[in-house]
Ligand binder design. Structure first.
Ligand SMILES: [Zn+2]
Length: 102
């Protein structure tokens, strides 16, 4: 078999992408495409799914660790998640879920 020049994504990566797509769609269905951090309803670029604890720091793609965010918030808090406003809906939800897990 010839090797393809295109680097295929791994099974793990494609499962992760699928999970992200489904979670984002579910959150939009429930809450609308509204930024859970600043409350705007972005038109373009469209809303995205952000991890409160980034994957690179051990965060998971699930409801307890994901918020819908506009591009501005996504860019601002992706690299510095600890600066995410503590009074935002997304952050409060996350804290509430953490309390539930105790
Ligand atoms: Zn926002």
């Amino acid at each position: 078999m010839k090797r393809s020049s295109i680097n295929p994504i791994s099974k793990k990566q494609s499962l992760e992408l699928e999970k992200r797509r489904e979670l984002k769609a579910a959150l939009i269905r429930e809450r609308g495409a509204v930024c859970m951090t600043c409350g705007v309803r972005p038109v373009f670029p469209p809303i995205s799914l952000s991890h409160i604890i980034p994957l690179s720091r051990g965060g998971k793609t699930d409801r307890s660790n994901a918020v819908l965010e506009c591009n501005n918030c996504h860019q601002s808090y992706e690299k510095k998640p600890e600066t995410r406003p503590v009074d935002s809906i997304g952050y409060k939800l996350w804290l509430a879920q953490k309390e539930d897990e105790k």
